[in-house]
Ligand binder design. Structure first.
Ligand code: PEP
Length: 252
């Protein structure tokens, strides 16, 4: 019932030429992959070229961030309408690297989610605990706080248009993956929260992706969990071979 999503977050990697070359190679893979949706998130500079290279295929293009205002004096920022103009359909919001590097708050995440929805983009909203928080037994408290604040004021209809990415901070770029059971537990918790907050039907359809050192050799086990609806992948999304293997995952 929930179509899986495999999304590659390229972070601050790839020039325009590298992005176009990658998209040209991956678009036939995305077209054949009727079992899942494939998305790539290039850096801002390569968004338009990547979207043009993906045009007419099943591959979708996401931005890695946005501002909440429609326009204005925000040096270095990019508005959601500009992302649409560049050909994006999705935008990653609240990635832990932005929360840590740029001090992004749940309140800002909330404004960005609303702006993305208003512009017709699908927000991929990231939540996740640090190692210290997990070791203190605070994982659910942290997830609840990020979820409630980041999604405050959304209607059930708004909620049905978003994706959530559970990304434990200690698993991002570290080679240390949450076990499929740990991830499924967090996803189950988020879906229960969603049901409490948004009623019975929409939360059942919302895709919750797992992110944190997903690789071709561990995706099968993760995707075998009913609660895991896909993956948000950093490092392993940068090479055509590994991203192809991720899109063509086999359930473990
Ligand atoms: C990410 O960038 O969201 C991520 C999960 O990175 P990695 O797969 O490299 O851990």
């Amino acid at each position: 019932m929930r179509k899986p999503v495999i999304a590659g977050n390229w972070k601050m990697y790839k020039t325009i030429a590298e992005a176009v070359d990658f998209v040209e190679k991956i678009r036939p893979v995305a077209d054949k992959a009727s079992h899942c949706e494939a998305i790539v998130a290039p850096p801002f500079t390569a968004l338009r070229a990547a979207a043009e290279a993906a045009r007419g295929s099943a591959l979708r293009v996401a931005a890695q961030n946005c501002h909440w205002d429609k326009e204005g004096a925000h040096t270095g920022d990019v508005a959601t309408v500009m992302l649409r103009d560049a050909g994006c359909t999705h935008v990653i919001i609240g990635h832990s690297e932005r929360r840590h590097d740029c001090g992004e708050t749940d309140e800002q995440v909330n404004k960005k989610v609303k702006a993305a929805l208003a512009a017709g983009l699908t927000p991929i909203v990231c939540v996740g605990e640090t190692l210290e928080e997990r070791e203190k037994g605070e994982t659910e408290k942290v997830l609840e706080c990020q979820f409630m604040r980041g999604l405050a004021g959304l209607t059930p209809a708004d909620f049905s248009r978003i994706m959530i990415a559970y990304e434990p901070v200690w698993a991002i770029g570290t080679g240390r993956t949450a076990t499929p059971e740990m991830a499924a537990q967090a996803h189950g918790f988020l879906r229960r929260l969603a049901r409490q907050q948004f009623g019975a039907s929409e939360p059942d359809g919302v895709r919750i992706l797992y992110g944190g050192s997903v690789k071709p050799d561990n995706i099968g086990g993760l995707m075998a969990q009913e609660e895991i609806d896909g993956a948000l992948v950093g490092g392993a999304s940068l090479k055509v071979d590994s991203f192809t293997a991720l899109i063509n995952y086999l359930r473990g």
